[in-house]
Ligand binder design. Structure first.
Ligand code: FES
Length: 110
């Protein structure tokens, strides 16, 4: 079973490792494992609060849509490896992922 490791910008948080099933999104796994990640629009690619950085496994995720790109551009501190967690569903043959969760403290959301 592929795994996902969540790393955190906030220095006081330890990494969290969990299983991820093909077809599951990074946001779903985060919420199922009590990893705090905002998701204001409910996971429909209508905000940028579920912004994450993909450290490993980008090739095992679907390509970014134009709409996702638009919202990533509006996220705080976007980088080359930025994605929206709700749009990143693991491919059928996907392997392990490593994801950094941005500091959530300055994000107005839920
Ligand atoms: S939760 Fe809004 S874009 Fe992912």
């Amino acid at each position: 079973m592929p795994t996902i490791t969540f790393l955190f910008e906030e220095k006081d948080k330890n990494p969290v490792k969990a299983e991820i099933f093909p077809g599951e999104s990074i946001l779903e796994v985060a919420l199922d494992n009590e990893v705090s990640l905002n998701h204001n629009c409910g996971g429909v690619c209508g905000c940028s609060t579920c912004h994450v950085y993909i450290e490993q496994g980008e090739d095992d995720l679907p390509e970014m849509s134009d709409r996702e790109e638009e919202y990533v551009d509006r996220a705080r501190n976007p980088k080359y490896n930025s994605r929206l967690a709700c749009q990143c569903k693991l491919d059928e043959e996907g392997g392990d992922l490593v994801v950094t969760i941005p500091d959530q403290s300055g994000i107005i959301g839920h």
